[in-house]
Design a protein around this ligand. Structure first.
Ligand code: FE2
Length: 201
């Protein structure tokens, strides 16, 4: 059996971005249709773990990492790799735009919440093994906490309907119900995105 070198197939990611651009072009006003089509593309991307360079999958002892992989020219979508060591988790947060999570390595846990004037309320939770796709949006449920549910580093690929790192969002304190605005930014530092913001059509 030939070992696959991770990051050896950069064309796969460019093909994904090209497909996503078409999806946003044609289904930008149809969120359910857009999520269906984008989920199919993301499933294919995370099922083939041969394209993500190691520098975009580097974990940190401090916290989970979020690396910008691609930002569409008009900020209509962005693609981000999330990297979690065992035990690392997000705060309870929203997105304010549609989003898709595709688990590529390891296993994640998604805990859903609902918010109202009384505060933050626990909903269901579900485990996401490698290959699973999850969806969020203000329409279908937008508040959750995501964590690494396994014993090895987990990597998931996320797609959002905005430049998510610069989007104003909220974190929720479960015990007090306090809502705090936040902008996540990215973990790239000096590292540029995997694919520059070029028109790939
Ligand atoms: Fe999230």
């Amino acid at each position: 059996m030939t070992a696959v070198t991770q990051g050896a197939n950069p064309d796969r990611f460019e093909q994904f971005v090209r497909g996503m651009t078409r999806v946003v072009d044609t289904l930008g006003d149809d969120e359910p249709g857009l999520l269906d089509a984008a989920a199919t593309l993301l499933e294919e991307l995370v099922r083939n773990d041969d394209w993500l360079p190691d520098r975009f999958a580097a974990p940190s002892d401090q916290s989970y990492r979020q690396y910008l992989l691609y930002r569409e020219l008009g900020n209509r979508f962005s693609v981000v790799s999330f990297v979690w060591q065992p035990g690392q988790k997000t705060p309870i947060h929203d997105h304010t735009v549609w989003g898709l999570v595709g688990v590529m390595r390891g296993e994640e846990m998604c805990e859903e919440y609902r918010t109202d004037s009384d505060g933050v309320h626990e909903g269901g939770k579900h485990r996401l093994p490698a290959g699973a796709i999850d969806r969020v949006s203000p329409r279908i449920g937008d508040v959750h906490r995501v964590s690494n549910a396994g014993q090895v580093t987990a990597v998931s690929i996320h797609v959002y309907g905005a430049d998510i790192g610069t989007t104003g969002r909220h974190v929720f304190d479960e015990s007090t119900g306090a809502v705090t605005e936040f902008v996540s930014g990215y973990s790239n530092g000096e590292l540029g995105p995997l694919l520059p913001s070029i028109d790939v059509r």
